[in-house]
Write a protein that binds this ligand. Structure first.
Ligand SMILES: *[C@@H]1O[C@H](CO)[C@@H](O)[C@H](O)[C@H]1NC(C)=O
Ligand SMILES: *[C@@H]1O[C@H](CO)[C@@H](O)[C@H](O)[C@H]1NC(C)=O
Ligand SMILES: *[C@@H]1O[C@H](CO)[C@@H](O)[C@H](O)[C@H]1NC(C)=O
Ligand SMILES: *[C@@H]1O[C@H](CO)[C@@H](O)[C@H](O)[C@H]1NC(C)=O
Length: 218
């Protein structure tokens, strides 16, 4: 008995020497892997909670010459899926997941459920713009539930064509946020409005499918 206990202890101490952090969570493993671009602030002063895959639409309204996102009902409306464990297990998918999922979302004719296969990702919540046009993340399926009501701080052009900008958003400090401080929108795919609209289209709305990763921090 004593010998068995002794060898168990010896093996445990060997293992913990070999792997300094044997129980690092998926979010701890992922934080240093976050894609970034010049112009987006560092993530070293915040702690990653979730990496969400967002799939949905960007809505725009024609102002007479251009498609803009300044009217009520404009902005993103997306389902958020928990991609944290999937991406921690396969970091090469960080670059490819949104583009792949957008292609499937379009092929499924905006069918969210059909697009959400292989990998099946658990729904995490929704992303939308509230009545004051604030980008809001309501993670009702997070444990515990989390909310971020945000304002845009930085924006940089995506490194690939036909993709909306990469962003950095912070808590809007309007008393709605709960448990999150910041979010990066990266690895964007799609979502870009046509380059112009005509005066005859003034006031009409268009919806452009998109996907992106939202790296959510506390
Ligand atoms: C973290 O620091 C950067 C500057 O490096 C700053 O822009 C950012 O707002 C800070 N994040 C938070 C949540 O305070
Ligand atoms: C429409 O939006 C574009 C881009 O923001 C701006 O340059 C233009 O002045 C706006 N036009 C009107 C009529 O507000
Ligand atoms: C945005 O577009 C989607 C898809 O067409 C639509 O269902 C939604 O009502 C629009 N408005 C808002 C506020 O999301
Ligand atoms: C988030 O969603 C839950 C469930 O639908 C709702 O009760 C709650 O009010 C929402 N929070 C915000 C800030 O919209």
């Amino acid at each position: 008995m004593g010998a068995i206990l002794y060898s168990f202890l010896a093996i445990s101490s060997l293992l913990s020497t070999a792997f300094c952090f044997p129980f690092r969570s998926a979010s701890q493993q992922l934080q240093p892997q976050q894609p970034t671009l010049d112009g987006l602030p560092s993530n070293s002063n915040v702690t990653l909670r979730y990496v969400a895959l967002g799939v949905g639409n960007q809505n725009y309204t024609c102002n007479g010459t251009a498609w803009v996102q300044t009217n009520a009902g404009d902005g993103a409306l997306a389902t958020l899926y928990d991609a944290t464990s999937w991406l921690a297990a396969d970091t090469s998918a960080i670059k490819t997941l949104p583009a792949n999922r957008l292609a499937r979302f379009k092929a499924a004719n905006d069918g969210q459920d059909l697009a959400n296969l292989l990998p099946y990702l658990k729904p995490l919540g929704i992303h939308y713009f509230d009545e004051s046009n604030r980008p809001t993340f309501n993670l009702t399926h997070a444990n515990p539930p989390l909310v971020l009501s945000s304002r845009k701080i930085d924006s940089v052009a995506a490194p690939v064509a036909d993709a909306i900008a990469w962003l950095y958003l912070l808590d809007a400090d309007d008393g709605i946020t709960d448990g999150l401080k910041a979010v990066y929108r990266v690895e964007t795919a799609g979502g870009v409005a046509p380059s112009s609209c005509s005066s005859g289209q003034t006031g009409s709305q268009t919806s452009i499918p998109y996907a992106a990763e939202y790296w959510l921090y506390d």
